[in-house]
Every structure is written in C-alpha cells, then in structure tokens.
Design a binder for this molecule. Structure first.
Ligand code: ARG
Ligand code: ZN
Length: 874
C-alpha cells in the first residue's frame, strides 16, 4: 500500500461546503455532516464517490434528504462509497458516533484532561466523519457544537462565532463559520472548561483582531509570553512579508496530550501545552525560545500553509520548509542572527544530517510513502527550510521578496506544488531554477571538498571545489546540486582581500555558485596567500571537508568577519583532534594548547556576545563526532576521548572560567530577553566546563547553583551538569528535584525524565524501566514518553548503543507496548535506531537482533512497520 506522487489525480467529486453538527456528551459524540458535493466537469455518470474514513461506524446516510437504500452504498470503518451519485450538485448527509474518550491515538477528536479537542493533520479528519480527506479539497465549513454547559462552557471552532445559546437540558451550543475555504486537515474543534487570557492586535490596514489563549484554569498567567510572541509575530509578518491576518478572531488552545508541537488550524491553533506555558520557576530559556518560535511558526502558516496549501502530502515541505524558514527569520530579526544561525545548524547537523545519511533518508519532497505521518521529518522541515534559505541567498533579499509576493498573488486560495513555488521565483527574477529543484528531489547530504593553492609569481589563488552525494535508499545515483557558497579571502593581517579577476567558475560578489561536480576557480590579482573562509553563514547544507591547517583555522576563529565561521573554525579544530585521537593518533600538547588559547581569547573578547561565547566554548557533540567518523563507531570510545579532550582543553582555563562564571552571576529578576538569556547560557556553559574538566570544587559549585537557583534555567542546568558527570551529589539532586519540582508539574517532570534518561551510567536502563512500571506513569501522554524514551535513544549514545544490547532491547520493547496505544509516538521512538548501520560490529549485531525481534513481535501499526521496514532494508 505504497502511494506514489506520480499517481496523483484530482478527485472526480469535490466537496464545496461542509455543514457539521457535533453533539457532545460524556458518553459519546454524534457527528452529523451535510456535505455539498459537485462532480468535476469531466466526471462520467456512474463514477462512484469514495470518501475516506477511519474507525468510523455509519449511523445513517441520505442524499438531498432521501435515505439511501442499502444497495446504493458500501460503508465500513475505512471508507464510504456511494456507487452512483447524481451527476449534479447534491447534499450528502451522514451521521456517525465517536468515542473520543477511548481515542488514545490522539488523531481526530479526542479528550485531553477532560477537554475535547481535535488533531486532523495529516489524515485525522477521516476519524471524525466520512470525507474527501485530502488537502486539495477546499471547502467552506460551518460548525455547530452542542455540549453540556457544565463540562464544556467553552466551545470553539475555526473562523467567526456567528451564533450561540442555550440548548436545553443543561446543554448549550455555538455556531462557527469560517469564510475561507480550507482543506479538512485545518479543521479544529475544542470544547471544555478552560480559562483564557485575551488581548488584541490591530493590523496595518486597521482590522482589530481579538486574540485569546485558552488553557486549564489557573495557568492563565503562564500564557503571557505566548501572547507577547503572537503579537510580535503578527507585526513581523506585516513588516517583513506584507502579510496581514485575515479574520476578526485568533484563538490558541493549550492541551496536555498532543502528538507533536502544535497545529495551525485556521483561526484556532492548538498547541502542546509545553509550547505555551512559561514562568521563570518552571520554564527554561530554551522553553521560552521554543514558545516564541512555535507560536510564530503556527501563526505564519496562516499564509504559508492555510491561504496557500499543499496539493497533496508529497508537497508537505511547500508549507513546512517555507514556514520554518520564516520562523527562523523572525527569530533572527528579533534576537541575534548569528546565534540563531549557529543554533539552527547545530540542530540541522544533529537532527537532519543523521536522517539524510541513514536508513530513513528521503528527499525533502518524497515521491512515495506508505504512512504520511512518518514524513513529518527533519528533512521535510529543516532541510526544507535550508532549501528556501539557499533560494533567498541566490536571489538576494529583494529578489526573494519579489518571488514571495508573486507566490501570494498568484496562488492565494489554492492547493499547490513545489513546481509552482519555484516557478514564481524563476519568473519574478528571470532565472532558471530547473537544476536548483534537484534539492527537493534528491536525498542525502552533499560532501563539499576543497583544496587550494597560491602562486606568488602570478599572484593567482586557485580554489578547487568538488561536490559528491552518496547513494541513499532508492537513489543509487546522484546529480550535482546548485551550491551557493558565501565566502571571503582573508589576508595575513586579518582583513578581507580583494581580487582583480576570476575565471573557471561562477563568482558573484561574495558568493561562489557551484553547480557542477567540480570546479577550479582562479582569482588573479591576489597579492598574498589568503586563508579562505568558505560557506559563510552555512550558506548550503553540506558537509565540508576542509584542508586548512590548525593554525589557519585558529586564525579564522580570531579574524573572520563572519561569526558563523569563527564558531565553525573552533569546532573544526576540536573535531580534528577528537577524530584523530579516536583513530589512534593522540593529540600533541601543542595543538591542545593552541585550542585552549583560542578558547581563552574567545571567552575574554569584549566584542563577542555571551550567547555566541556559550556556543563557541564547546566541543562537537559525541553524535557529531561519530557521524564525522561515519563507520565502526564505538560510542564508549567516542565518549571517553571527547571527555579527555574537554579536560585537556579547558583544565588550563579553570581560573578564567571560574572568574567569568562569578562575574556573570546576577541578582536581577528573570527576563527572557536575548542578553539575559545569553548571560545565563554562558554562565551555565562555564559551569558545565568546570565540572567536566574536574576543576577543584566544581561539583560543589554545581550543587550550590542548584540550591540557590532562582529560576528553572539555572536550576536545571546545575542538575543536568551534575547528573551527566554523575558527581557525588547527582543522586541527591535528582531526588530533590523530583520531590520539590517535578512531582507537581508534568512539564517539569519531563525535565526530570529527560535528565534521568541522559545519564551515561549503567543503571540508567533499570531506572527507566522502574519509571515506566509505575502504574501512575501516563503512557498515553506523548510528552512523558518522548522525554524518557525519546531522549534516551537520541541523547544517550553510550547507553542506548550498549554492546550487550540492553539499550536497544529497552527501546524496542517500549515501542511494542506504545504502538498499541499511539502508533505515531511509537514510530517516532523507533527512529532512534537510525544510527545502527554505522556502529561497530558487535553493537550493530545487537541492534539488528532488537529490530528483528520487533519484526516478529506481533502486529505492528502501519506507522511503526514502515519505519521498521526501512530501518532493516539498509
Ligand atoms: N503542521 C504542524 C506544524 O508544522 C505539524 C503537524 C504534524 N502532523 C503530523 N501528522 N505529524 O506546525
Ligand atoms: Zn509547520
């Protein structure tokens, strides 16, 4: 049951409007749908109407008011077929009864903490009523909700509230109408007893929009940061893209049980509450950051996703890649652009590159799938955003904006494709994007190789560039991509050098455009041998092999005008030392001293900001080092070598680290602005370095910070630094945190679970088993499971990939158990196995054993079976 992009065909019928009537009671929910349906112009008489359904039972069915005879239709849990519908506009009326209480898959209509809510993307609407549940069917929705007043005083759906009142017998009703035609995946309904905060925003053209955020009672004051983020997002989209909000109401609802981050339902965004609630005592800077980012992301979808949607799910990155790009730009404009870029690249390398280089690799626009929910991936989202960013880099800001304007002008109200998206940029800028399109079609991370030479006599500097992409599942051969390589040549005094002539490649100002497998670019009129700074701002999502010496790297770290490459250079030096040592070539004292000094200078700099320093004073993560080595990985060895290198580099700086740590302490009340966040990030980074380099008294310092912390950012940082290093206090701190903070707040419990799962000690698996065995542990809550099991498989490489296979077994067993509750969550947990092909033999065999066991463990959901099949095919 694989679905192929090449088989896309318009449906013979379209639903033009949907009149839905929900009658909600504690026992069940009855849904009556009146669908106005038209045959397409070329539909032949007698063509059956086939509607999607999932776990539905049909109660009654009629066309234009006349009940259908049994022989006129076929209905089962997975669909409804009307054999010979009229060849004209007609109204199909159906009735189904749902049991939201038992819906643990959290798709369709379900209950979270007593509140009825929905999640429809991608294919959840078919769990609510029989429908053409595909994104290219745009219909006008009118929704009537009737529910008990005492349990559900708040009744919400998309669009505008047009009626409400008493419905007798303790029931009340509300009627919502959405003036914008939309696909079913953007439908939403909420009914519950909720508190709220309200505000308003006046758009550039003067429309006054009523804003509200709904949450469980008592959490209202934790929604203020989300509201602030929303208003800033609305203003930014007007400024930067000329996009105004288009309804009189914008509602957000926070729920505790949610399969992913949030959902952009038209006028009624529904959020995982961890991405709404913030207060200094329980949320960290990272949480504030995530809230701002996701509130913006979902809001931006109103134009890129809702007003213009996807023709089919293969085009998912049309809305997701573009919207991630937009939220990245928002954060860059609101905060520090370089810091945002570095963090995003760290995320890309740890989340997307392993996907692109492993068994689950797929193009940003896949051409086949068996379960679409498994394609809400880092590749579709983050690589999708990188592709849009490259487009902006190639076209320049003005050219990109011209294309976006044309996109909105031409495709507003449509369900469209990547081809249509690229066409507007090509047309608006009069360029050919045919080869560029390959970025959407080809999986895998390209490798960019570089070598250079300088000829003093002719003052010629030559750069040799090459690109190569390894085969990925289903794509044995690869084509050359268009790589925008931002660059500069740096002279001996540290400033940019210019050249008088270029030949052999495409160079436009500060950008090389490499669109062939190889190029040899000659710069003439270059008076001295330069140090090249390549891929500035990480202008293309590639792995770059550099041949620069350590001295040249450190020179860049000090002098490059591009902050990204200053950061990158330090990382590269650390990476080279770690990789060599793991391969058996220990570092020289001299090399380590040079890196230490560069770190010391970075820390002492008066021009770099704290957030940047926090990112720079680090070595590449273990997973990053493993990926660079690429095969026969022994995670214990990687862990050991990295720890030793950290010590070697940072022990000599202990005094400076400690002094700076003390200087950064502050009594100011918590504020989530960029400067305060940066200060805390640096201070906590220094604490981490002091502890991991075993500086005298460092473990005590962490315990003191934990005890004296006045916000969750500092407390959690102290806790996790202690736990990861397993200091003598770690055990007591974990217990204290659990009792005093986690036990009463589920979102804080998630932090405890995540730290517990990250401890690189042998007892971790037994502890996690004990946590899961507690009858009070809510296995139906995705956040809890991801915090424990998801974090374990992604962030605890030594224990997950234990040679005895205990880590693999633990995850595999949990996947089986969760699969019967919530297949989407189970499938996601299984993706942690994607590292398995690059492990050393014994661990590889242990991983395979666990995967094969999973295969024989009974009936897996389509979600989990799909991941497993692809995982084993490599
Ligand atoms: N569209 C939502 C967002 O990007 C995410 C929906 C995820 N859906 C899924 N089936 N995984 O904000
Ligand atoms: Zn999105």
């Amino acid at each position: 049951d694989t679905i192929y992009l090449k088989d896309y065909a318009a449906s013979p019928y379209r639903i033009v409007s949907a009149d839905l009537d929900f009658r909600i009671t504690e026992a069940d929910t009855r849904v009556r749908a009146l669908l106005t349906i038209e045959p397409r112009e070329d539909t032949a008489a007698g063509t059956p109407l086939v509607l999607d359904g999932n776990e539905l039972t049909l109660g009654s069915i009629a066309i234009d008011g006349a009940p259908l005879v049994l022989s006129a239709y076929g209905a089962d849990a997975s669909g409804l077929t009307v054999f010979e519908p009229p060849l004209r506009r007609f109204v199909l009326e159906t009735e189904v009864t749902l049991k939201p209480e038992g819906n643990t898959r959290l798709m369709g209509l379900y209950r979270s903490g007593g509140t009825w809510c929905t999640q429809c993307e991608a294919e959840g609407f078919r769990r609510i009523t029989y429908y053409l549940d595909r994104p290219d069917n745009l219909a006008l929705f009118k929704v009537r909700i009737t529910a008990p007043l005492n349990v559900a005083p708040v009744l919400l759906s998309n669009g505008n509230l047009i009626d409400q009142g008493d419905a007798g017998e303790g029931m009340h009703f509300a009627v919502w109408e959405d003036p914008f035609p939309k696909p079913s995946y953007l439908f939403a309904l909420v009914a519950g007893d909720l508190g709220s905060i309200t505000d308003s925003f006046t758009t550039a053209s003067g429309r006054k929009v009523a804003l509200a955020i709904y949450c469980s009672h008592g959490k209202e004051d934790q929604c203020l940061w989300a509201m602030d983020s929303l208003k800033r997002s609305m203003a930014w989209d007007e400024r930067r893209f000329g996009r105004e909000y288009d309804l009189d109401i914008f509602n957000i609802v926070a729920v505790s049980d949610f399969n992913f981050g949030a959902m952009e339902n038209k006028g009624l965004n529904i959020f995982n509450d961890k991405l709404v609630f913030a207060q200094p005592e329980s949320a960290t800077d990272a949480d504030y950051d995530g809230i701002e980012r996701v509130i913006a992301h979902e809001y931006f979808h109103n134009w890129t996703g809702n007003r213009i949607t996807c023709r089919d799910w293969f085009q998912l990155c049309l809305k997701e890649g573009l919207t991630v790009y937009r939220d990245q730009e928002f954060t860059s404009d609101e905060r520090s652009r370089p810091v945002k870029r570095i963090s995003d690249v760290v995320g890309l390398r740890s989340g997307q590159f392993p996907e692109d280089g492993g068994p689950l690799a797929h193009p940003a626009r896949p051409d086949q799938y068996s379960e679409i929910n498994n394609f809400y991936t880092a590749t579709v989202y983050e690589k999708g955003a990188e592709i849009v960013r490259m487009l902006a880099t190639l076209l320049g800001e003005a050219g990109f904006r011209k294309g976006m304007d044309l996109y909105f002008e031409r495709h507003d109200g449509q369900a469209t494709t990547i081809e249509a998206f690229l066409a507007v940029f090509a047309e608006a800028n009069d360029v050919d994007l045919e080869q560029f399109k390959t970025w959407y079609l080809q999986a895998g991370t390209p490798r960019l190789s570089v070598s250079d030479s300088y000829d003093g006599a002719s003052q010629t500097y030559t750069l040799k560039l090459g690109q190569q992409t390894q085969p990925t599942p289903g794509q044995p051969t690869k084509q050359a991509l268009v790589l925008p390589i931002k660059f500069g040549l740096i002279g001996p005094n540290g400033s940019e050098m210019s050249w008088t002539g270029v030949s052999g490649g495409t160079v436009r100002d500060d950008m090389i455009v490499l669109d062939t497998a190889e190029a040899e670019i000659r710069f003439t009129g270059v008076p001295n041998k330069p140090v090249p700074s390549l891929l500035r701002g990480f202008s293309a999502p590639v792995n770059m092999d550099t041949t620069l010496s350590q001295a040249d790297q450190l020179f860049l770290a000090q002098h490059d005008s591009d902050p990204f490459n200053r950061w990158q250079a330090l990382q590269d030096v650390g990476m080279a030392l770690a990789v060599a040592a793991i391969g058996g070539t220990p570092w020289s004292q001299q090399a380590v001293t040079a890196l230490s000094q560069a770190m010391a200078e970075t820390l002492a700099s008066e021009t770099l900001d704290d957030a940047f320093k926090a990112l720079a004073l680090n070595l590449p993560a273990e997973a990053q080092i493993s990926r660079t080595i690429g095969k026969d990985i022994d995670p214990d060895r990687v862990h050991m070598v990295r720890a030793a290198l950290l010590k070697a580099v940072f022990t000599p700086l202990a005094l400076q680290l400690l002094q700076t740590y003390r200087k950064l302490s502050s009594d100011a009340p918590y504020a989530p602005d960029a400067a305060s966040t940066g200060r805390r990030a640096l201070r906590n980074r220094l604490l981490g370095l002091l502890v991991s380099s075993d500086a005298a008294g460092a473990a005590d310092l962490a315990a003191q910070q934990y005890a004296g912390a006045r916000n969750m950012t500092d407390r959690l940082a102290a806790l996790s630094v202690s736990a990861l290093a397993w200091t003598p206090d770690a055990e007591a701190l974990l217990a204290h945190f659990h009792t005093n903070f986690a036990a009463t707040n589920p979102l804080v419990l998630d932090k405890w679970l995540a730290v517990t799962a990250s401890v690189p000690q042998d007892m971790v698996i037994d502890r996690m088993r004990a946590v899961l065995a507690d009858p009070n542990f809510p296995k139906t809550n995705p956040n809890r499971l991801r915090s424990l099991v998801g974090v374990f498989s992604m962030a605890n490489p030594t224990q997950f990939a234990r040679a005895d296979g205990a880590g693999f077994r633990f995850v595999a067993e949990t996947v089986v158990e969760i699969d019967s509750i919530n297949p989407q969550v189970a499938a996601r947990l299984l993706t942690g196995f994607r590292v398995w092909p690059m492990l050393e033999e014994e661990r590889r065999a242990a991983a395979k054993t666990a995967l094969l066991w999973l295969e024989t463990s009974g009936s897996l959901s389509r979600n989990t079976a799909d991941i497993l099949t692809r995982m084993l095919a490599s």
